[in-house]
Write a protein that binds this ligand. Structure first.
Ligand code: SER
Length: 313
């Protein structure tokens, strides 16, 4: 797994180690720091995914059969450094797809995002196949990446699978650099200081998902029979859509005295360009996707987890 020090990797490594064995999953990271549980529970290595030779060597030396390629710059970080977003997000995907053509790699997971959509996509019930005109470099790399995955699947038979993750809400590791970060920050600040200045408007609606659902979706997709996978770009995936104000209210019901103010910054425009609700019926039909966490269950689990772990921030 690349990006193993990131928000998804931190939680996905332990899930995969439980499934495949502690020694079978190599946690590769470049920036930041691996979570203690990840570093201590199995093999780890430092890997710069923008170095094709190093990536190739890591796969060959370890006889890797599956790659979860999670290393990425998120949407807000990508606006700060679009060149680097292109190189990390897309250059490294091309590298790993090419590695898969001539190595032991049999299956590949690469996450896409709601960021592939843009202001011209339908905002409600956004379909699987629709207008895709993203306005962030992050979205551009995800859109091009989906096209690359589809091409490598069709042309070279690479078994690459992908999900358009919604904003992911979790407590083990704070992502940083994303537009949906306000959702996680709100929990952290509620428990630390009792107040939060939210960087999107109160009425901002985005599709969000509790990490446990996202991890289960990832495993279900990766263990589905190849014949069931009819989308080789990336699957729409959704659980919940709610406003920033509704989230603040759900937290305030459980954290007495919590107050939230709303002061939008440049990330508002990014949020406004993304869908409010998503149609994920293809994932439901092809491999049986069903989310489990609603807003109340997620809020309870987040408050309990943040209180225990502090969101790794
Ligand atoms: N959570 C991501 C972001 O906000 C979207 O994929 O950038």
């Amino acid at each position: 797994m690349t990006g193993a020090a990131g928000q998804v990797g931190t939680d996905l490594v332990p899930v995969l180690r439980r499934r495949h064995g502690q020694e079978a999953v190599i946690a590769a990271w470049h920036r930041g720091r691996l979570a203690d549980e990840v570093a201590e529970s199995g093999p780890a290595m430092e890997l710069d995914v923008t170095d094709p030779a190093a990536f190739q060597d890591a796969v060959a030396a370890n006889g890797i059969t599956q790659v979860y390629h999670l290393a990425t710059l998120l949407s807000a970080a990508g606006e700060t450094d679009p060149d680097r977003a292109w190189t990390v997000n897309l250059g490294s995907l091309r590298t790993v797809l090419d590695i898969a053509r001539r190595s032991t790699v049999e299956r590949l997971f690469w996450p896409s995002s709601i960021a592939v959509f843009g202001p011209t996509s339908p905002r409600h019930g956004t379909p699987q196949e629709t207008v895709l005109e993203p306005t962030t470099m992050y979205g551009v790399t995800k859109l091009a990446g989906e096209a690359l995955c589809r091409y490598y699947a069709l042309r070279f038979g690479i078994d690459v699978r992908s999900l358009r993750y919604p904003g992911l809400v979790s407590y083990s590791r704070f992502s940083g650099g994303g537009t949906t970060d306000y959702s996680v920050e709100m929990f952290l600040h509620a428990l630390r200081t009792g107040s939060y200045r939210c960087f999107v408007r109160e009425d901002t609606v985005l599709p969000l998902m509790f990490m446990e659902d996202a991890l289960r979706a990832t495993v279900e997709l990766m263990t589905a029979p190849a014949a069931a996978i009819t989308v080789r770009g990336s699957y729409n995936l959704t659980a919940l859509s709610f406003t920033a104000g509704e989230l603040a209210a759900a937290i305030a019901r459980r954290v007495p005295g919590f107050s939230c103010t709303f002061e939008p910054d440049f990330r508002q425009a990014i949020a406004d360009s993304w869908p409010a609700t998503i149609d994920d019926s293809r994932a439901r039909r092809d491999w049986g996707w069903r989310p489990r966490f609603d807003l109340d269950a997620m809020t309870d689990a987040m408050l309990e987890g943040v209180a225990r772990l502090g969101a790794g921030a």
